[in-house]
Design a protein around this ligand. Structure first.
Ligand code: ZN
Length: 213
């Protein structure tokens, strides 16, 4: 029990940089941003034209306020639109559904430009050690979609990692009795790699050479 104050660190910050520290800490929590980069970005944001920094803050706020998940596939969509641009596109093949871990993977496959079916975004991968379990993935909706009929093939496009493979097996198990063909992306992709960082050709090859799973 402390009597208070005695021997404790002074609450006064001699550099008066509490606000800067807060910005550095916030930036440092972003994926791929280390302590040095966070510091550099924070100092850039303090020194750049105020309107640029405010525009960034506003873009973040608008994205958080206005972006939500598509009611069909789970991909990102703007508020006011229940379904994403891909689910609303009538020329896409509805009988083909490509299952990905996250929206970034979907966008990488779209950039490859060779796939004309629909998608389903799981919002994660099975990773029990990190506290991600089956019920946290967007799986029930996928099952509903397949049960509703009209889908002939489900392409498992989870990443070629241990967790991605385990997730693919889980999806295959869940859909196994529903009479749909299940394929897995071919291993043109580097084992242990990530769809997000694959180039267009690798992704196109992997899609082209997909195999029955
Ligand atoms: Zn959608």
């Amino acid at each position: 029990m402390s009597a208070g104050g005695f021997g404790e660190a002074s609450p006064v910050d001699p550099s008066a940089s509490g606000t800067v520290d807060r910005l550095v800490r916030a930036l440092g929590r972003l994926p791929g941003i280390g302590a040095k980069s966070a510091e550099r970005l924070a100092h850039h944001l303090i020194r750049c034209p105020a309107e640029d920094a405010i525009a960034l803050a506003e873009a973040i706020r608008a994205a958080r306020d206005r972006i939500h998940q598509c009611a069909i596939c789970g991909h990102l969509t703007e508020s006011g639109q229940e379904h994403c641009t891909i689910c609303r596109e009538p020329r896409r093949d509805e009988s083909l559904v490509c299952v990905v871990e996250q929206s970034r993977d979907l966008m990488a496959l779209e950039k490859a430009g060779t796939y004309n079916g629909r998608y389903h975004v799981l919002h994660g991968r099975l990773a029990p050690l990190q506290g991600v379990f089956e019920d946290q993935l967007n799986l029930a909706r996928l099952e509903e979609r397949v049960r509703a009929g009209g889908i002939r093939e489900v392409i498992l496009a989870t990443n070629p990692t241990l967790e991605g493979d385990a997730t693919a097996r889980l999806v295959a198990d869940r859909l196994g009795s529903l009479g749909v063909t299940i394929t897995r992306l071919a291993r043109g992709l580097a084992s242990g790699g990530s769809l997000e960082f694959a180039n267009k050709e690798m992704l196109a090859d992997a899609l082209q050479g997909r195999q029955r799973y």
